[in-house]
Design a binder for this molecule. Structure first.
Ligand SMILES: *Cc1c(COP(=O)(O)O)cnc(C)c1O
Length: 397
């Protein structure tokens, strides 16, 4: 018997979900039947395939984007006494990676049209920090919803002030900036991708860091597996014998499995198709929502978004309900809307470090109005119509 609760779950249209094909299943099963199931040649193949795709020199696969961010910070030698800056409108992991390394975290407010960190705010904050002698060592730029940040301008600033750049491209795989795939690291030191199931392609859990610097790749490779090496060139003294390995740094177990990599390779073959479908659905939302009191996502004409999220902002002056009432009504009627994100600086953990509500007003204004609508390749037009009609019902009297 299906309980009411179950029924509700069955009919809820989620905001995002994976597609797993028979080819995906076959690829994973083939690995399961092989000798090696943790990091091995399939992981190397996945790394090669992704670095080829985005035209980066090196790739290091790990068990999540959170791990990749942590390793990226470590490879850039972020440590106690340093600063990491990022956007407040992101998943907490983009900021937490700085804290893992003992660094302090600060934020740059967002641009109200793209919801990415504002280059104007960044420039102003860098100028001030330079005067006060507290420039950040690392800036994590988050391509929110898949829309690339203004990387060329950010890169110029980073050169001027000596700041390293990590692109958090968890939303942006398959997207393009200036006609080139995100992940080529033309304007950054390292780019990080996530393969969580709601993201654009999935390995269940998983992440990847790509870079054009051999030394950064080698460091991340070492740290993903305990800081242990068998490479003679990395050992501090000669080998005792064939069994010998050396721990030369304090690393972690962040390895990806062969199962995950097999799934990733299989998913990667459909990446362009997925992003294209996401764009079709987003454009359809743009049309269907044009008469409603919402602001649809603005797309920079020079870039091609990975289109991970479709966020609308409610025009609260035009409607008689609150943001929360609209959100609850949608959820209540089976639309699995979400809110990306609660500004990181307002989280209790960050408040304890001294951040206050009011610190980043554009981010907070955005948070008071934003709702992510369902968007994923398997979303049907019929389901999408239901989302729009439910939203219309919630917004109009
Ligand atoms: C999902 C996400 C992460 C973390 O990814 P995991 O693979 O789940 O660790 C980091 N940053 C952003 C912006 C994300 O959306």
């Amino acid at each position: 018997m299906i309980t009411d609760e179950k029924k509700c779950v069955v009919h809820m249209i989620p905001y995002g979900r994976q597609e797993i094909t028979q080819a995906d299943i076959d690829a994973v099963v083939a690995v399961l039947k092989s000798d090696l199931i943790t990091q091995g040649p399939v992981v190397s193949r996945f790394e090669k395939a992704l670095s080829n795709y985005c035209e980066a020199e090196y790739a290091v696969a790990v068990n999540s984007a959170t791990s990749a961010l942590h390793l990226a910070c470590r490879a850039l030698d972020l440590k106690s006494g340093d600063y990491l800056w990022t956007s407040p409108i992101t998943f907490v992991a983009s900021a937490n990676c700085g804290l893992y390394c003992g660094a302090a975290v600060d934020f740059v407010d967002i641009d109200p049209s793209t919801y990415n960190l504002s280059v104007t705010a960044l420039e102003k904050k860098l100028k001030q920090a330079n005067k006060e002698g507290c420039l950040p060592k690392v800036l994590v730029t988050v391509h929110f919803g898949g829309q690339p940040c203004e990387m060329e301008k950010i890169h110029v600033l980073s050169q001027q002030y000596g700041v390293c750049i990590i692109e958090d491209a968890s939303h942006a795989i398959g997207g393009k900036y200036q006609g080139e795939h995100i992940g080529n690291c033309r304007y950054s030191d390292i780019t990080v991708f996530s393969f969580h199931p709601v993201k654009i392609i999935t390995t269940a859990e998983g992440g990847m860091a790509v870079t054009n610097h051999q030394s950064l790749a080698a460091k991340m490779d070492l740290l993903r597996s305990h800081g242990i090496t068998r490479a003679p060139s990395l050992m501090s003294h000669v080998s005792d014998g064939p069994w010998y390995y050396q721990q030369v740094d304090l690393g972690f177990n962040y390895r990806m499995t062969e199962l995950q990599a097999a799934l990733g390779i299989s998913q990667l073959s459909r990446l362009d198709q997925y992003v294209e479908r996401r764009h079709q659905l987003a454009e359809r939302y743009d049309q269907l929502l044009s008469e409603l009191p919402v602001t649809v996502p603005w797309q920079h004409p020079d870039s091609y978004s990975g289109m991970h999220l479709y966020v609308v902002r409610l025009e609260l002056n035009e409607i008689s309900k609150t943001h929360r009432q609209v959100f609850e009504q949608l959820r209540g009627q089976g639309i699995g809307v979400n809110l990306h994100y609660i500004p990181v600086h307002t989280q209790p953990y960050y408040q304890r470090m001294g951040f206050r509500v009011g610190d980043f007003p554009e981010a907070e204004r955005y948070y008071a109005e934003a709702i992510s609508l369902p968007l994923f390749p398997l979303l049907t037009e019929k389901q999408q119509d239901r989302v729009v009609e439910t939203l219309r019902g919630a917004l109009l009297p």
